[in-house]
Design a protein. Sequence first.
Length: 82
Amino acid sequence: MDRKLKKREVRAIRKVLGIQQQEFASMLGVSNAHLSRTEKNRDYGYEVSDKLDQLIKDKLKSINIDVEEILEIGRKRGYIHD
């Protein structure tokens, strides 16, 4: 995936994985508060920070999950509305 993730996609990824926010934050090595702000906050644009984008992509790759595939599942389940 060449583009950065959007904030709404972060939440969709977590929901498709079936994990709680705190667990996902722990997997990524970020605070739960940071992840919560990212998922909810629309004030600072739609893309996540470079660091969080890379953390998520690296973590998914390390557990053999394709970002595009998980986002497509999120769309089909109605977690992402384009």
